[in-house]
Design a protein around this ligand. Structure first.
Ligand code: T4K
Length: 373
């Protein structure tokens, strides 16, 4: 490939449209602190995502940190979560002085294995933080049942699930809160950005304060907050991109179908199905699972030589991150470890040429043949 092909490429609105929209900022000089566009985007995203409350934040990670902080769990409490995720999920728990307890995932859709969850619950467990990984939806019904039975809070990491629905309901309407990421690499972006969705006006108010240093009013600083506000340039980018996101998702779906067709006859590669019942997907990522870890690594290296930069999302497991050492004793994570060693996310974005997909698939065929797979 002459040009480098990365795992994703930011979707941008037409330049003139964005330039026109930011012009008023040169009159108002109001650039941040819950300005006009921040408020407008909150309203529009509430409708688009079909959620009752939505607090915009500076990024997905701070959305997670703030959502967890807002729940005011006692220090040292345990949180059941998945190790098969971006390290942000785990960091957000630990930075809140809580202990992650890692639960294995399912081999089918790579989400947390709810059947292994109850065995991990102790008298210190306060919450579950599952991840809708690659846009595959967790078993929200069973997780809801377990949480209700044990009095646990559920905060979904929905960073990959922008705009998805389950049984006709916005995916952000499940659990006590759901966190979205609007990073430049996501299906929908505000350059950097994120949000916490919930059904709770109290949580919305709490987050409003927390993201602005915990300031309640000019005289009262009610919480130990942070600065996690989305600025007006980012909010305007979000307003522009919202006009195109639905079309982009349709294009993504077609590209996923093309990949699937092109790779269909390779028995040593498992392509994504996106076939959970009652789910409308956003086709955020194209993860394939190879027959062996060695084969995955060969394909990764060989594609790189061809200027194609696939990614090993999510390897290593976050439970194995160097910075944690062996601080968090890990339970049996056999499935997560196995998938993490064999998965590769191939390039996928709306303005990617179909020819590139065909070429990547041909490369994988060629590499498979040569590797005797
Ligand atoms: N929870 C989950 C499950 C997540 O996946 C994430 C983020 C979060 C929480 C936290 O949300 P944020 O705080 O990020 O809003 C990328 C993203 O930075 C990260 O947002 C994302 N998950 C993660 C899965 O992927 P890297 O380290 O792989 O990014 P990077 O810089 O290598 O970029 C990947 C490719 O994207 C580049 O090769 C080219 C393309 N790209 C990148 C940037 C920065 C663009 O086209 N434009 C850009 O501006 O983490």
């Amino acid at each position: 490939m002459e040009q480098k092909i990365f795992v994703t490429r930011t979707s941008m609105p037409p330049y003139e449209e964005f330039a026109e929209m930011i012009k008023p900022l040169w009159n108002t000089h109001w650039l941040t602190n819950m300005g006009k566009y921040h408020q407008e985007l909150e309203q529009k995203l509430r409708e688009y995502l079909q959620v009752e409350q939505l607090s915009l934040m500076v990024n997905g990670h701070m959305s997670l940190e703030m959502a967890i902080q807002a729940m005011q769990f006692p220090e040292g409490s345990e949180v059941i979560t998945t190790p098969f995720t971006f390290v942000s999920t785990t960091h957000a728990i630990i930075r809140n002085r809580l202990k992650p307890v890692f639960c294995d995932i399912k081999p089918t859709d790579f989400t947390i294995d709810e059947s292994k969850m109850e065995a991990l619950i102790t008298d210190k467990t306060v919450a579950i933080v599952p991840v809708h990984v690659y846009g595959n939806i967790c078993n929200v019904e069973e997780i809801g049942r377990i949480a209700a039975k044990h009095g646990l809070t559920v905060i979904y990491d929905a960073a990959h699930a922008f705009g998805e629905t389950y049984k006709g309901k916005g995916i952000g309407s499940f659990g006590d809160a759901s966190v979205f990421s609007f990073h430049a690499t996501k299906v929908y972006n505000t350059i950097e950005g994120g949000a916490v969705a919930s059904a709770s006006p109290d949580l919305y108010q709490k987050l409003y304060n927390l993201k602005n240093f915990g300031i309640l009013n000019e005289n009262v600083i009610a919480d130990i907050g942070a600065n996690a506000k989305m600025n007006e340039f980012a909010a305007i980018m979000g307003l522009c991109n919202l006009r195109y996101v639905q079309d982009n998702i349709k294009i993504r779906k077609k590209k996923v179908q093309l990949y699937n067709e092109q790779l269909a006859d390779l028995s040593c590669v498992r392509t994504p199905e996106f076939s959970q019942p009652d789910v409308v997907y956003n086709y955020a990522y194209y993860p394939v699972v190879f027959a062996t870890a060695e084969y995955r690594d060969i394909v990764y290296d060989r594609l790189k030589e061809e200027n194609i930069y696939s990614r090993k999302y999510f390897y290593p497991l976050t439970s194995d991150a160097d910075c944690f050492g062996d601080r968090y004793s890990t339970c049996a994570l056999d499935v997560a470890r196995d998938i993490s060693a064999r998965v590769l996310v191939l390039p996928l974005y709306p303005d990617m040429d179909d020819d590139v997909i065909v070429e990547i698939a041909q490369d994988i065929h060629k590499i498979s043949g040569q590797a005797g797979m």
